[in-house]
Design a protein around this ligand. Structure first.
Ligand code: MGD
Ligand code: MGD
Ligand code: SF4
Ligand code: MO
Length: 692
């Protein structure tokens, strides 16, 4: 007789930023069912398909199960099984040799989208090792919003979807597919059910756009122009919050002058949104208080991101929506361990001066190295040589802009170690591959350090395969080999205890509570002002000259000029079935989306002789790839939206799993970068398309 199902509680993770509360059914040591937990603070019973099938990650026959050491040439796909002892010793020996020869900064520590507590243990490892260079995708993911927020209003203003709001302005955000940063789809649908109005700014008619009161189908890459158009209407028509503006903002008169030229007619010419719709949307947003601006990742995908993010914070401020419930808030953490002590920031006081990015003039408070600059260091030794790489939770060969340059850079490194759950294009270039334990197999903490004022528990439910270790354990043991063991724990499990200890809790007690949230503190500025040099929201940046920043947001032009050779505009959106390049190997997900799809408007398809289902070649000035056409009017006739993150696990490690064939980042370049964050044009590129 089959054993009875035991139900355990945890939170979903590593399928996106995570956050849905789950009930996980277990028989023996195997997860047999996953469903939503109605008591979930962020999700209230909601789950998406990929969350429900997420245990399939653990049981794939090709999952990495032993440490591997490269045999033959780099990237040849030949491996030898080795012991943990050997894997850690070889890695330590190589990293120490590089440090000896070139200095600690010649080792880059790589992470991708923050997935769990290991992200911060990696930063700690880098700090203790002595390297200021943590390489991550923050250049195109959240640092622009967070850091611009901090410079403008002293914090990262997140949409408050937990208190009732009158209106949601969803700007370049596709929450119903992405639930980004724990802004779970169900939080938005609940607000809409309770009567909140909805404005969607998106070049694609998404599921959310279908539900919107107003949908603004802007020309990709013109966010800042549209936002300045909103500001123009709001200021010209005196719809702003005059009390807030007077007491709590700096540079309003300058901003008013700055947005004068951005009248609806002019802005319509740039953004393709009609003057009438710009006016209507701006009026609706300014008058519905509170209104929450849910800003998404797509504004971070071209070199104009600083102005785009700046203009959106100005919009939140003048409309009186900062630090109000149901608006955009400063989410305060519960009394957990602070990031600084956790990562031992004290050990590397000169980090800002020493890191690769600083040499290129990245904005203060940008604390990771943009991948574009990392590769310059590897390939050209600018500003100094970088020869080694330890990476986890990331797949740069597919995830970073300009994949050919990534390939060259990784091929030229002296030593690469990668921790993975599965062999990927990037892992296939490594010298050492560590097999990791995964979600459900280790105690972990979600949402630590991502600015939403809460953490969620992800307790261990089943045992990992014998030789799969949590990243945290790998780094704890590697740390002891490359630095003074006093910085590391006897038992790696102490890391999760460290985070919650200041709250007077053990990890087990935290796990039984499920989550911890900081206090709701709204309107702190009324007593304390804003944490900026002027104590106000800096519509005009008082530090502009010092940091060589533009004092006021402006539209300086399209990310790339129009080009008659490439008459269409290429964009992308994240797939609801995959996390960027991850998990193409999970059968149930692959069935839902077996191949990469590029969306193209019926008129454009007809003119080009392309039918639904045709194989097509998508090309930009930088490269070309093959995807499959989906003919659909959710995109504008001049816009095509291609799929991200594709490689083919069913193919061969010796060829890096056909990483060139359909990978979006073959179409991108790091030739032009935004200075503040080193952001490349990941999107909004002139392109053309033809039948294969
Ligand atoms: N063109 C284009 N490029 C983009 C984007 C885009 O929109 N357009 N989006 C950008 C954004 S926002 C981001 S955040 C980055 C994402 O960049 P990455 O984070 O590098 O990309 P992922 O595909 O998520 O790769 C994650 C890898 O981590 C592995 N993994 C999963 N869980 C674990 C774990 O517990 N431990 C370890 N060691 N490994 C694990 C997965 O198998 C996978 O190979 O990509 C960026 N790149
Ligand atoms: N299912 C799933 N969920 C994910 C991820 C995933 O890969 N898959 N990735 C996670 C990560 S790393 C992140 S950062 C978040 C990102 O989550 P989101 O912020 O939702 O980001 P995207 O899906 O990149 O883009 C959002 C929307 O922007 C639109 N868009 C494209 N170009 C433009 C433009 O020029 N202007 C405007 N206004 N809109 C534009 C797209 O059509 C899309 O609907 O999601 C996380 N969640
Ligand atoms: S929305 Fe995200 S957190 Fe929720 S079930 Fe899906 S993948 Fe998991
Ligand atoms: Mo991201």
């Amino acid at each position: 007789m089959a054993e009875e199902i035991r139900w355990a509680k945890t939170h979903c993770a590593r399928m996106d930023h995570g956050g849905c509360a789950l009930l996980v059914g277990v028989q023996g040591n195997e997860i047999v069912q996953i469903k939503g937990d109605p008591e979930g603070y962020l999700s209230r019973g909601y789950t998406c398909y990929k969350g429900r099938v997420s245990a399939d990650r653990l049981y794939h026959p090709d999952r990495l199960r032993y440490p591997l050491r490269r045999e033959g040439k780099r990237g040849e796909g030949k491996w030898r099984r080795i012991s943990w002892e050997e894997a850690l010793d070889v890695t330590a020996t190589n990293l120490l040799a590089i440090r000896e020869k070139y200095g600690a900064r010649a080792v880059g520590f790589g992470a991708g989208m923050p997935k769990g507590l290991e992200h911060f243990v990696l930063i700690r490892l880098a700090n203790i090792f002595g390297s200021p260079n943590v390489i991550a995708s923050q250049d195109v993911c959240h640092a622009p919003r967070e850091v611009t927020g901090v410079h403008t209003c002293g914090f990262y203003p997140v949409a408050d979807l937990h208190n009732p709001t009158k209106l949601i302005l969803s700007w370049a955000s596709n929450v119903l597919s992405t639930s980004e940063e724990g802004q779970i789809a169900s939080l938005i649908t609940e607000q809409l059910k309770n009567g909140a109005k909805l404005i969607v700014v998106d070049p694609r008619r998404t599921e959310l756009a279908e539900k919107a009161d107003l949908w603004l189908q802007l020309r990709p890459g013109t966010a800042q122009a549209l936002a300045l158009g909103f500001l123009h209407v709001i200021i010209e028509e005196s719809l702003y919050d005059s009390d807030f503006v007077e007491k709590y903002t700096y540079g309003f008169a300058d901003l008013a002058k700055q947005v004068k030229p951005y009248d609806p007619q002019t802005v319509a010419g740039i953004t393709w949104v009609s003057p009438d719709l710009i006016q209507k949307a701006a009026r609706l947003y300014a008058t519905a208080r509170p209104a929450a601006l849910q800003w998404g990742n797509a504004i971070e995908h071209d070199l104009n991101v600083f102005d785009a993010a700046r203009s959106l914070v100005c919009l939140m401020a003048v409309s009186g929506n900062l630090e109000v419930p149901g608006g955009n808030i400063n989410a305060h953490d519960p009394g957990i361990m602070g990031l600084g002590p956790f990562v031992r920031a004290d050990l590397i006081p000169d980090k800002r001066k020493e890191m690769i990015g600083a040499f290129h003039g990245t904005i203060p408070k940008m604390m990771t190295v943009p991948p574009a600059y990392f590769r310059k260091a590897v390939l050209d030794g600018i500003p100094y040589p970088v020869r080694g790489y330890y990476g986890m939770c990331t797949n740069p060969l597919v995830a970073w802009a300009d994949s050919e340059v990534t390939y060259k850079a990784f091929m030229s490194l002296d030593f690469i170690a990668v921790a993975e759950i599965f062999m990927t294009p990037t892992a296939s270039l490594a010298d050492i591959v560590f097999p990791v334990a995964h979600q459900y197999e280790m105690n972990d903490i979600g949402h630590y350090g991502i600015g939403h004022g809460m953490i969620v528990a992800r307790p261990k439910i089943v045992d990992p395969p014998a030789e799969c270790w949590p990243d945290i354990k790998i780094m704890n043991e590697l740390g002891k080999r490359v630095s003074d063991p006093q910085y590391w724990h006897d038992d790696f499990e102490e890391f999760v205890e460290d985070v919650v200890r200041p709250c007077g809790l053990t990890y087990a007690e935290f796990a039984s509570k499920g989550w911890l949230k900081g206090p709701d503190l709204f309107g702190l500025h009324k007593e304390k002002g804003f944490r900026t040099p002027t104590g106000k929201v800096e519509l005009k940046l008082s530090t502009a000259e010092k940091f060589k920043l533009r004092p006021l947001p402006e539209f300086t032009g399209l990310p790339e000029e129009d080009d008659p050779e490439y008459p269409l505009i290429l964009i992308s959106a994240k797939s609801r079935y995959y996390l960027l390049s991850s998990y193409r190997w999970i059968e149930k997900l692959r069935k839902k989306r077996p191949y990469p799809i590029v969306e193209i408007h019926p008129e454009t398809a007809e003119a080009l002789g392309i039918a639904d289902g045709d194989e097509v070649i998508v090309s930009t000035r930088y490269g070309e790839i093959t995807q499959t056409a989906r003919v659909t009017d959710i995109v504008h006739p001049r816009v095509v939206s291609a799929a991200l993150g594709w490689w083919f696990p069913e193919s061969d490690a010796a060829g890096q799993f056909e990483w060139r064939r359909s990978n979006f980042n073959m179409l991108t370049s790091i030739g032009k970068l935004g200075r503040e964050f080193g952001t490349p044009n990941l999107s909004n590129l002139p392109c053309r398309i033809r039948r294969a």
